[in-house]
Design a binder for this molecule. Structure first.
Ligand code: CAA
Length: 241
């Protein structure tokens, strides 16, 4: 039977590549998105993957959205927590809203999404949870004290939940992408990207969303059954850990 996979932020950027790759690997995929209806409808028309709109920073919205997906597609076997935002600014200029929005969307969303599905996964003795963190959660990044904190928090969450879930056939892993050629990275000022970031990437280029999607397909597969609590770094050599 085809496994059911949910990808948050699954209609654009890295998430869209993940949703398409899981679908190509034979999963029944549901792509969540937060706000961009036009992009979501375009993605749905191009891929045939159903899309579901809700805000991952709100627990009740996640619980309701997941209930709808389970009613339409079946119990969730694979959860990819990919949705994320940036509100980059130097810390001395950061507002409480910029802090809270990033922490809630990028980190609290892991609680909001995992909590409603974990009991079912435990009962069925199978689950794959893949959290998309970031190189900037590993090394820190100027202008991103909010984002780096959330992304580092994801790694602690991954390891704790992996320990709790191992005996139930559930693996919980994180991927730390480097700078990938998506709208999020294109929003970085061009001179900063060219002067300060790309020169730090030994392979000399931004990554492709598909290069991250292939990591997810592996961690979501049966082949990765002995891997849990791990962090898979995919950053073109920018930061080696
Ligand atoms: N490394 C080294 N120096 C940097 C730098 C970096 N990554 N980013 C900025 N600087 C330097 C600038 O060159 C500048 O130096 P000079 O004054 O000598 O020219 C100085 O820091 C101040 O920078 P700005 O003039 O740009 O200051 P600002 O207040 O207008 O903006 C900023 C600051 C918000 C940090 C802006 O520089 C910025 O957006 N930087 C990029 C932050 C970043 O990498 N975000 C990642 C987004 S993609 C993502 O998050 C996905 C992922 O997971 C990887």
């Amino acid at each position: 039977m085809a496994r059911v996979a949910v990808v948050t932020g699954g209609t654009r950027g890295i998430g869209a590549a993940i949703a398409k790759a899981l679908s190509a690997a034979g999963c029944k995929v549901a792509a969540n998105y937060g706000g961009n209806d036009e992009a979501a409808q375009k993605f749905k028309a191009a891929t045939g993957i159903p899309v579901f709109k809700w805000d991952v920073s709100a627990y009740e919205a996640c619980a309701a959205g997941l209930k709808k997906i389970e009613a339409e597609l079946g119990p969730v076997d694979i959860l990819v927590n990919n949705a994320g935002i940036t509100r980059d600014t130097m810390f001395h200029r950061m507002t409480p809203e910029q802090w809270t929005q990033v922490i809630n969307t990028n980190l609290s969303s892991l609680f909001n999404m995992c909590r409603p599905v974990i009991e079912g996964m435990r009962q069925r003795k199978f689950g794959r949870i893949v959290n998309i963190s970031s190189v900037n959660g590993q090394k820190g990044q100027m202008g991103q004290s909010n984002y780096s904190a959330a992304k580092a928090g994801e790694l602690g969450f991954t390891k704790a939940l992996a320990q709790e879930s191992a005996k139930s056939g559930i693996t919980v892993n994180a991927i730390c992408p480097g700078y990938i050629g998506t709208e999020m990275v294109q929003a970085v000022p061009k001179d900063v990207l060219e002067k300060n970031i790309i020169p730090q990437i030994p392979v000399g280029r931004l990554g492709e969303p598909e290069e991250i999607a292939r990591c997810v397909v592996f961690l979501a597969s049966d082949d990765s059954s002995f891997i849990t609590g791990s962090t898979l770094t995919a950053n073109g050599g920018q930061y080696m850990i």
